[in-house]
Design a protein around this ligand. Sequence first.
Ligand SMILES: [Zn+2]
Ligand SMILES: [Zn+2]
Ligand SMILES: [Zn+2]
Length: 352
Amino acid sequence: MSTESTTAEPSIKVTTTPTTTSLRPWIHPHLTHSVNPIKGRQLETSHPIKKGEVLLIDTPYAIIPAVDAAGSALLCSNPQCNRLVSPNTGQSCPNRCLADVIWCNQTCRQTDQRRHEFECAWLSRYATSVRSKRGEYNFGMLWLIVRILARQNTDTLLSDLAEEQEEESNPGFQHGWEAIQSLCGSTETWSHEQVRSWTGLAKKYLGPAALPHGMNAENVLALICKEEANSFGLYPRETGIFHPLPTPPVDRGEQFGAAVYPRASIANHSCCPNIIHKPDGYGRMVFTASRDIEAGEECCISYFDMTQYIDVKDRREHLQTLFRFVCGCPRCAAEEVPGDNDLQWDAFPGMD
Ligand SMILES: [Zn+2]
Ligand SMILES: [Zn+2]
Ligand SMILES: [Zn+2]
């Protein structure tokens, strides 16, 4: 792809790219999804796939720049653009709601006017105090939720039409708000402590007095649970290089954003993934086969940088803490230490 980062040579050569140059999502005709009784939804192939083939290019439903990357490039706020923009050259909001809100140019700013209006007052009112009182992580989470709600509230007739066309070209995959609602993750997925903290944040910052979204508190909390279980961190280089695991480790670089994707979120985790993922220059998530994949095989990504968590115990602890499940992938099963009962197997919440 023309937007490929030049700082690190991709580990595999991309041999199939979609013919369209539009920023619509693209799904390989042989990529399907099904429901596994234990793991919930999963991606799989209907035909053999060759190493290097692109399987999915998904557009974000909502995306934010990394809020703690001070001084680095930001993302154009226009959801049809999402390009990296230098803070020095982009257009800021006339209301000065937040320094992290920027557009490439006047056209992007005008195109995004209606959507941004939804978040502008909220950002002006809460951004500074949330950041100082609740920290960058919670601010980023809340802003991503606000952008999801902004998208849901401002999807225009035009985008509905685009979505209809999309449905025709990608049968079987949900899109838009419908796809967001069917993401895995609920209050059961997370600890009581975590849910209590989000309930407090939602009440204070996402209530009807804070944002005109027309959703009740229970549904806002459910949305947070889904977003936290499914959002992707955006890094400049690939995640999930495994065939072979590179030595020395490949650094993914600084996280520059976070996003929620309607279709990429279906992918489950494996510590020996057959898919690598990496955002392109428009905030789209690109899945590429890292080895030949047989028909009917599940397509998995890695939810974290595997070059940082080598040991099976480290990997499992990391997944348990961040994603609330115990990994039972073939690699973990093979590397399992007999008699190691440190982890609570009954804590497996199921990812759906
Ligand atoms: Zn733009
Ligand atoms: Zn603004
Ligand atoms: Zn594993």
